[in-house]
Write a protein that binds this ligand. Structure first.
Ligand code: ADP
Ligand code: MG
Length: 463
């Protein structure tokens, strides 16, 4: 590595590790995963930090959105660094030359489960029952989750309903409730073995076990648990072998009276691409849906969050936010955090005007809906194909795959039905759209480049 900063490579590397950790803390895990984790330090030359990324698209995005912040953070670490250059590297080149920090410091918020480390995902310490605001839209789901947690924590553990199936749209509190169950049990009955993981991780582990011919151990891991929670099972659909394994694991656990908790964005009967027997099996226990938030619930959540953060925010401002930011609760909390950061910075009180000013982009985004046309345009640009090819009958891979990606994103990001989407893609049949959605879901798991493309595009379109 070229390094003319007057310091050893080791020192520069640890600065890089710290800069990355701060970026992660500031921008959150999702942004970190999709944009920032792909960066690799190439060295420092004449006060310029050279950071490589795999694609041009990523370079432009990082340069436009994060480069200033990276420079400032780095400059605070080492005032010899005065500029940051973002460069495009081929993947191979990146692997060969990257100066990767040895171990990624875990986000401070993440606590690793002690003995279920290999399988269970970290739990967010904020996602407890205490921090969950109950209202009409979520009262059933909340009550059911509590029952499960308490039944597991009692000296005579019991299983009130199996499985507990929680479903609802994005950001309505499914993951929060699952973590809350895990925290509760961990606090009140630490001996119980609780595994929480995303369906994607479940699939990933299963595929890895297949590759290493170690499916026995994989099965054992899951079959010795008291509570198995799998988040976002809609992502399991389409993958036949994984579905099969999921089905067997599921049945084995239910037979042994172990608790299963599942979440999804749809009800069991609406899970597309899920085998019929699995869908019906998932609906055997208690199915609790979380409805879109109401104004009252949003206001309640804002009040609780403001209190928790000891923020002086006039009621009027909270009411305004509860009215205007309706898309999901994560954004609502994000809005409050931003207002908070702003007032810290300028040291003035929050007013309706400052709130509007600070949040103008967020407010606008809440007013606007993603359209199919927009998705087609973005995807065509990204893959460098003609917009007309979104509608054309051409089947060459170079256009067919991007077209499938666009269909997939339309299904994910708009409320349009499969037939409606098909019509917008040159009058294709809904089964074609369904096939595309499944195909891309599969590729997202097996092909890292595809997973990254999708993540990037999603963010581009949603921003
Ligand atoms: P989902 O898994 O359904 O997409 P999450 O559980 O990740 O949604 O929730 C998104 C964010 O909103 C989290 O920060 C969560 O703490 C918060 N949240 C959702 N519902 C509530 C609630 N009823 N009370 C407090 N916070 C909530
Ligand atoms: Mg979730």
């Amino acid at each position: 590595m070229a390094d003319s900063s007057g310091q050893g490579g080791g020192e520069v590397q640890s600065q890089w590790v710290r800069v990355r950790a701060k970026l992660r803390a500031e921008y959150g895990d999702a942004a970190y995963r999709s944009w920032l984790r792909n960066m690799s330090l190439q060295g420092i030359e004449e006060g310029r930090a050279k950071i490589g990324v795999p694609t041009r698209f990523l370079r432009d995005w990082v340069a436009a959105h994060y480069a200033d912040r990276i420079r400032a953070l780095w400059n605070a670490e080492n005032n010899g660094v005065i500029a940051v250059d973002i460069l495009v590297l081929g993947i191979a080149q990146q692997l060969a030359t990257a100066v990767e920090p040895a171990a990624e410091p875990a986000g401070e918020a993440a606590i690793e489960a002690s003995d279920d480390k290999d399988v269970s995902a970290p739990l967010d310490p904020r996602f407890t029952f205490e921090n969950f605001v109950v209202g009409k839209p979520n009262e059933l789901a909340h009550a059911a989750a509590r029952r499960v947690a308490e039944a597991q924590s009692a000296p005579q553990r019991s299983v009130p309903f199996n499985p507990l199936f929680l479903y609802g749209g994005v950001g309505l509190g499914k993951t929060h409730l699952m973590h809350a169950i895990a925290w509760h049990i961990r606090t009140h009955a630490p001996k119980r073995k609780v595994i929480y993981l995303s369906a994607e991780k479940f699939m990933y582990q299963f595929i890895r076990a297949l590759r290493f011919k170690d499916t026995m151990a994989f099965k054992e891991q899951f079959r010795s648990v008291d509570v198995l929670m799998i988040d976002d099972v809609q992502f399991i659909s389409g993958k036949d072998t994984t579905q099969e394994e999921f089905f067997h694991t599921f049945n084995a656990l239910v037979d042994q009276n172990r608790q299963i908790v599942i979440s999804a964005d749809k009800s069991p009967t609406d899970l597309e691409g899920m085998e019929e027997r699995m869908r019906s099996r998932l609906g055997w226990g208690l199915v609790a849906d979380i409805h879109p938030s109401t104004y009252e619930l949003r206001l309640g959540i804002l009040q609780a969050a403001a209190e928790h953060k000891k923020l002086q925010v006039p009621e009027k401002v909270l009411e305004f936010l509860a009215h205007r930011i309706t898309s999901n609760i994560r954004e609502l909390e994000g809005a409050l955090t931003r207002i908070y950061a702003h007032t810290q910075l300028v040291g003035r009180e929050v007013t309706l005007e400052t709130a509007q000013e600070v949040l103008h982009d967020l407010l606008r985004a809440n007013d606007r809906r993603v359209t199919i046309d927009e998705i087609q345009k973005r995807v065509a640009e990204h893959y460098n194909i003609r917009l007309a090819d979104m509608h054309s009958a051409r089947r060459a891979r170079a256009v067919a795959r991007p077209r499938q990606v666009a269909m997939y994103l339309c299904k994910q990001l708009t409320p349009r039905s499969l037939p409606e989407i098909g019509r917008k893609f040159g009058g294709r049949d809904h089964t074609t759209v369904m096939h595309a959605v499944r195909k891309i879901e599969e590729l997202r798991i097996s092909d890292r480049a595809m997973a990254e493309d999708i993540e990037l595009l999603k963010r581009m379109i949603e921003n």
